[in-house]
Design a protein around this ligand. Structure first.
Ligand SMILES: [Cu+2]
Length: 290
């Protein structure tokens, strides 16, 4: 089944669609504008493939990035986020159920036909219910604004995310993802509450606590303490040994600090409040296994 809607019909029908959509939603729904910053080269495709399965802190990797459509041959029409910050399968779930080829690319659905771009739907069953038609109209309206070009598709951080995370967060997150991709054996991440029930405080032998545990890349350390009483710095071996306190800006201070173990080897943590490290031995050194 193939339904072909030509561009030139778009402008004529636009006013009508808008009326229908407004009637359906009560107000004009606003879609995030397509905004991309740092681009990554095509080798990222491999990582993206992992992304379909990867989840970190409840966010699926695929929603952290956005396809920047060039010729549309790489970005998956329904599965990848590209037109909106969420994948179209999430925005139009009832429509996605009718799709004949769920893994189709953008180029499969938008073709350049002489001078006109055309949307080519392929349904297992034509949209018929009110909800299906409603989604079709809105989806069609969104997709109609897309212009394919000769460039290869690429990926950008999904800057439109409502979480408003920064490039720094993205990098941190990416490091964790790379660790998982590079060390796929560490399948199940564990959260270790430092000091268990005692938490992060004075007068605890954290070395004894750590000795009974095996830490792996992807695991998290959780530092629990009353906010303001202590803090946490991740430091190097020298700063650990000599209790050298880094600049305050590098401190974790929430009272429930979750620190991901992103690389194998030694990891060192100290409290930076007063003499807690030097006098009260509030410090932790662990070995992180790949
Ligand atoms: Cu302290």
């Amino acid at each position: 089944m193939r339904l072909k809607w030509l561009w030139r019909y778009r402008t004529e029908n636009d006013a009508l669609w808008r009326k229908v959509i407004d009637a359906v939603h009560g107000s004009k729904r606003r879609w995030e504008t397509f905004h991309c910053s740092s681009r990554f080269p095509g080798t990222w495709t491999r990582l993206v493939k992992f992304g379909y399965r990867l989840r970190t802190q409840g966010i699926s990797f695929i929603n952290m990035i956005r396809g920047v459509v060039g010729n549309g041959t790489m970005v998956k029409f329904w599965i990848d986020p590209w037109l909106t910050s969420e994948p179209l399968k999430t925005v139009f779930p009832t429509l996605f159920r009718l799709e004949a080829n769920k893994w189709c690319t953008v180029a499969d659905r938008i073709s350049v036909d002489n001078r006109h771009c055309a949307i080519q739907w392929r349904w297992k069953k034509y949209p018929a219910t009110i909800l299906e038609v409603e989604e079709l109209i809105e989806c069609h309206r969104l997709v109609s604004a897309v212009h394919l070009n000769g460039n290869e598709d690429s990926w950008a951080w999904n800057q439109g995310s409502s979480d408003g995370y920064s490039v720094k967060d993205a990098r941190k997150w990416l490091k964790a993802v790379l660790a998982i991709v590079l060390f796929p054996t560490s399948t199940k991440a564990t959260d270790y509450v430092v000091g268990d029930g005692s938490g992060w405080t004075l007068g605890i032998d954290y070395q004894a606590w750590a000795n009974s545990k095996t830490f792996k890349v992807g695991d998290n350390l959780v530092f629990d303490y009353p906010q303001g009483v202590h803090n946490v710095f991740q430091v190097d071996g020298n700063a650990y040994t000599n209790c050298i306190i880094p600049p305050p800006s590098k401190a974790h201070t929430s009272g429930h600090d979750i620190i991901g173990l992103s690389s194998p080897g030694k990891a060192w943590f100290i409290c930076g409040v007063n003499e807690h490290c030097a006098t009260f031995n509030q410090k932790l050194a662990i070995d992180v296994e790949a």
